[in-house]
Design a protein around this ligand. Sequence first.
Ligand code: HEM
Length: 299
Amino acid sequence: MRPPFTSATVRALRPALDRLVAELIRPVVEAGGGEVVEDVSVPLPLAALSLAVGFSGDAQRRIRALTRNAWERMPKDSHPGGFWPAFVELFDQEIRRARERPGDDYLSTLVRADFQGRPITDEELHVMLVAFAIAGHETTMNALSHLMWNLAREPGLHDRLRAQPRLVPRAVEETLRMWPPVDHGSRLTQGDATVGGEVIPAGSRVLLLTGAANHDPRVFEDPCSFRVDRDRPQRHLSFGFGIHFCLGAHLARAELESVLVELLRHSPLRLRGRVTRRYENGRHVGFDRLPVRMVGGSP
Ligand code: HEM
């Protein structure tokens, strides 16, 4: 599952990604503002996944609604039967399309690939594509919203980043540290583990509080402040840690950076009215709406 998301692949996608970002932001600039969850945060991760993986326009349009449906159903009925068939129907179409029209995108290669001397089954393809679709859009969508929200409310940030563009990647990392889009993870201990002097016995269910770790004062000085001059802000755990470290981290970082660079080319954003952050599926933190306007000043 790694090839579409390596740093080299993402670097090669970057010009196309930057064009996509400019196209999404242009109407906001022309109108002097907009509702940037709908205009930018929702469409960009899905379009970026299409660039990286080769999803169709139809899939881009349907993945968001299917994911929302999955989150709404899960707390009431944890059995995947409720939401899985709709994903399978969509991805069967994508697989068929990729088999019929060979291209040089990743999906076209994947549907013809062998794994351990045999073709990859449709069931395996479904699991991989659903993982890309859900893990790759919801998280990045909420990270993008936090990036724009913070840019619109933090005084002087726009001007500082314009004056010192080398701080842009740090602003991205600091956004991910302060507001992790995935609020917590969970694990089952394989053996006894000692954490902070406490023994957690084998077979325990453990919640990993990412937001708390990202605000650990022993690691991050003045942890509750957004600081673009922070030393090594990328030490946060928002992309996880270890063997399950996020596969899409390079792509997500590229999307966030591209949006920030593009926004800095225009007038500063300000929030229009109050906005509220909310949880989806008990662990994804984001915004439903983010109305902004562009104000006079630089440029
Ligand atoms: C800001 C955006 C993102 C955040 C905060 C994020 C966060 C995470 C986290 C915390 C994990 C680890 C889960 C665990 O250890 O249980 C993870 C895994 C994963 N992420 Fe991301 N992710 C983001 C973007 C993406 C993108 C763009 C993709 C592209 C498809 C992606 C694909 C995956 C996959 C496939 C895994 C599973 C890796 C494994 O289990 O080995 N993510 N992500």
